[in-house]
Ligand binder design. Sequence first.
Ligand SMILES: Cc1ncc(COP(=O)(O)O)c(C=O)c1O
Length: 449
Amino acid sequence: MSDLSAGDQLPRITIPPPGPESRRLAATLSRYESPNVTFVDDELPIFWREALGANVLDVDGNIYVDLCAGFGVAAAGHRAPRVTEAVKRQLDLLAHGMGDVHPPEIKVRALERLAEIAPGDLSQAVLSSSGSEAVESALKTARLASGRPGVLSFRGAYHGLTYGTLAVTDGEFFRAPFEDQLGIPVARVPFPDPYRPDPELALGDDLLGSTLQAVAEELDADDRIGAIIVEPILGRGGIVVPPDGFLRGLREECDRRDLVLIFDEVYTGLGRTGRWFACQHEDVVPDIICVGKALSGALPFSACIGRPEVMAAWPPSTGEAFHTSTFLGHPLGCAAALAHIDEIEAAGLVERSARLGAAALARLEKLRSRVRHIGDVRGRGLLAAIELVREPGARPDPERAARVVKRALQAGLILLAGDGVIELSPPLTITEEQLDFALSTLEDCLARA
Ligand SMILES: Cc1ncc(COP(=O)(O)O)c(C=O)c1O
C-alpha cells in the first residue's frame, strides 16, 4: 500500500529534505543532465516518487503539501481518479494515433469539448503538447489572419521559451543568449501593475489610461504589428492582476485597428482564477485563447482555440499540413483532458477556487499588515502572490523569497518563487485543513525569514 493512499494529509517530514536518496539522485542527475536544466544545491531539489491530491511523497519518505499543483497542472489534484481511470482505459485501446492523417477518434470528442468550454464563439483548435506550442500556433494564426508579422506584447510576459514564443516573452535572462536569432518584430509595453507601476508610463493616477495610451502609441508607430498577445493575469511575471477595463481596452483597440487579440491562458485557464478563464472576469472574448497545463491535469496537452473567421486564415490541408506534429491530438492527452474538464465541472472546482482563494487572500492581507517585509499580496481565485521587499516601499527581495521557499520546504510545503514573489497555485481540490495548515506555516516562515 502506498504511503499516500490514506488520502488528503498534512505534511510529514521525517528526514530533513533533501534526504540521502534525493542527494544521491541529484549527484547522478548532475552527471547526466545538461547543466542548465535542474537547479541543484545543498538544499534543493527533492525528488518526487509519488503524488496524490495535494500531497507529494519524496524518495526519502517525506510527505509534502504541493502549493503549486506541479506548475499549475494538477487542478483536480495529482492522480485525480477520473483522469487516471480515463487514461488507463485509453491506454488499453489506443496509445498513439496519426493525429493529422488518420486521427484517433477521441480527438474529435476533445475538440468538441474544447469548443463547449471556450468563451464566446471560439470553437476551432490546433492541438499540441506544451503551452509554448499552443502559443506558437496562435502566433502563426495571427500572422496568417492579419497579414502582418509584428506582435505587441507586455513587459514581464511569459509565453514560453521556444523561438517563436521567446520573441514575445520578456526578460533579459531568457532572451539575451538567443536575441540575435529572434525574428518576430515585437513592440513591448509595460504591463499595468497597480502595486509597482512602471515609471515609463505617464502616470498621473490613471494606470489603465496610461497603459492603453502606450499601447496606442506603439501601434501608431509600427504598422507591421498585426496582433496583441497578453496574459489576462501576469503569471510567471509575478501574478499581477491588471486594473479592470484593461482587457476590454485591448479588445477595443484590436477591433478599431483590425488586429488579432490573443489571450495566453496557459497558466490562468481551467478554473485557476475562480472562472473557467481569467478573461471571463471582464467578460471579454479574444480572437484566440491558448490553454495548456491544467487542460489535461497531468499529461502534455495544449490547444490554441480561435474564432472560425480567424482560423479560416489557415488554408485547408492539401494532404500536407504546414503546421503539425507527430503527437498532435495524442489519444492519452485527449482522454486526460476530457476527464479533467469533466472533473473540474462535476466537483465544482471553479467555484471552489473562487471561494477558497478569496478567503486565503483576506488572510494574506492581514498578514501583510503584520510583517514589514511583505510589500504586496494579490491574486484571484487560487492564484495568489506574496511580494517580499527589503523595506516597505523598496524593491522586491529575491533572496528573501528564496529563503522562505527553502524554509517552507523543510516544513513540508512545496512552493515556487520568482523575482521576490512567492507564488501560490495549489490544486483546486486542496482541503481546507491543508490550506489552513499551509498558510499558518507560511506565516511562520515569513515572520522568521
Ligand atoms: C502563460 C504561459 N504561457 C506559456 C507557457 C509555456 O508553457 P510550457 O512550459 O508548457 O511550454 C507558460 C509556462 O509557464 C505560461 O505560464
